[in-house]
Design a protein around this ligand. Structure first.
Ligand SMILES: Cc1cc2nc3c(=O)[nH]c(=O)nc-3n(C[C@H](O)[C@H](O)[C@H](O)COP(=O)(O)O)c2cc1C
Length: 387
């Protein structure tokens, strides 16, 4: 059920998008995505961010309905990425007296995206600045590199609402019934994951505020049990695993490496392991594989040797892990090769470049097909992983 009710004076005016093929041209979104935008009705009527160009018509309709003939005085731009800022010019042109609130970096970026003269219409805010709208007061906190340089969040003091920009966002349209953490984890780790330190800095600022509601730019408005969401962000941004478990990620050309991976999963489960997830890096969603790698304490990478190197989908996976600062985990290696297996050596060298990775000593080499001795080695690896 879509629950977009915030309060009598803070109105949701965003829109769902269920036809976009890939978010940021990269991430599958089976349940769509929402572009959230909010209107604050007060003496100074304020719009908190706009929406993607794909949602312009619905957003303008929502805006007009909520305004009921009033004019917009302020537009707060918390993030200039086009899925939120595509309609900055639309709103500025619709309300010629409107003033734009942003920080110095926001205005540099507006000039890159739009040919607009905002010299007499800009309000530049800094860390901690406040602007009164009447009964509501907006306070601004800079969140550089969460995940663009100009990002800032806004705390509305009277209703204690944090407008959190992309923070606490999630894939999925607002009428989607699904677990928050699953899709918020995939969103966070893939899009913001590199910037854990900056997110930690923002969480520290947020901890000093009395927050009763979080209004992100994607996904549901968070109204209850806020500690749960904040704790998830704390775990993700400090690169700690969420739960004991094993992701087995395999890259297999003809299926023999896959067979080894499947046998290991079976073995682990027979020995009592609860969270064992298998992912086929050739076919399954890469962003989900990355999120599961961060979710669990342990990762097994199983790869066929390919032209003296790694089968390309494994290279791709490792690239994503490094890009998002993968660390603090246990990793085990399985390789396959028909004449000169090289994958384990190369994967080991890769993981040695990451921080706080403990690599299991028992490396398994499959020579073309799984043999009885491979099964023994897999059983022993399962014991090591469960020890
Ligand atoms: C294009 C190509 C290149 C390969 N390069 C190597 C190699 O450099 N060294 C090696 O030992 N095996 C190489 N192989 C063989 C595979 O690694 C081997 O057959 C392995 O068992 C495949 O495992 P799979 O059944 O999981 O795909 C290559 C296979 C292909 C198709």
């Amino acid at each position: 059920m879509k629950d977009t009710k915030i309060s009598d004076s803070v109105i949701y005016i965003g829109a769902d998008d269920k036809t976009l093929d890939l978010f940021e041209s990269q991430y599958v979104i089976p349940n769509g995505v929402s572009y959230n935008s909010y209107l604050i009705l007060d003496e100074k009527v304020t719009v908190m961010d706009t929406v993607d160009a794909r949602a312009t018509d619905e957003w303008l309709q929502n805006l007009d309905t909520a305004l009921d003939g009033k004019k917009v005085d302020y537009l707060v731009v918390s993030h200039m990425e086009p899925d939120h800022a595509a309609n900055v010019a639309t709103l500025i042109e619709k309300f010629p007296e409107l003033q734009v609130i942003g920080n110095a970096k926001t205005f540099n970026m507006i000039a890159q995206f739009f040919d607009l003269d905002l010299s007499s219409r800009s309000i530049i805010v800094k860390e901690g600045d406040t602007i009164s709208l009447g009964t509501h007061t907006l306070q601004f906190f800079m969140a550089p590199m969460v995940h663009w340089p100009e990002v800032m969040v806004t705390y509305e003091q009277s209703e204690k609402i944090l407008f959190s920009a992309d923070g606490f966002g999630k894939f999925g349209a607002l009428d989607t019934e699904e677990d928050w953490a699953e899709e918020a984890r995939r969103y966070y780790l893939n899009i913001v994951g590199k910037y854990g330190m900056q997110v930690q800095a923002l969480l520290k600022k947020a901890s000093a505020l009395d927050i009763q509601m979080i209004c992100p730019l994607h996904g549901p408005i968070l109204k209850e049990n806020l500690g749960y969401y904040i704790e998830k962000y704390n775990t993700w941004s400090s690169y700690e695993p969420e739960e004991d478990g094993v992701l087995i990620a395999y890259a297999s050309i003809h299926g023999n490496t896959r067979k080894a991976a499947e046998l290991l999963k079976k073995d682990l489960e027979e020995k009592g392991a609860k969270n064992v997830v298998l992912t086929d890096l050739s076919r399954d969603d890469m962003s989900k594989a990355l999120a599961d790698a961060f979710r669990f304490t342990k990762l097994v990478v199983a790869c066929a040797t390919y032209d003296g190197g790694l089968f390309p989908c494994m290279e791709d996976f490792l690239h994503h892990l490094k890009a998002k600062n993968y660390q603090k985990r246990t990793v085990a290696l399985i390789e396959n090769g028909s004449w000169a297996p090289m994958a384990a050596k190369q994967m080991k060298a890769f993981f040695e470049t990451l921080k706080n990775i403990s690599i299991c000593e028992n490396v398994i080499t499959v020579k073309s097909t799984v043999k009885p001795e491979t099964e023994v080695a897999l059983a022993s690896l399962a014991d090591t992983l469960l020890a």
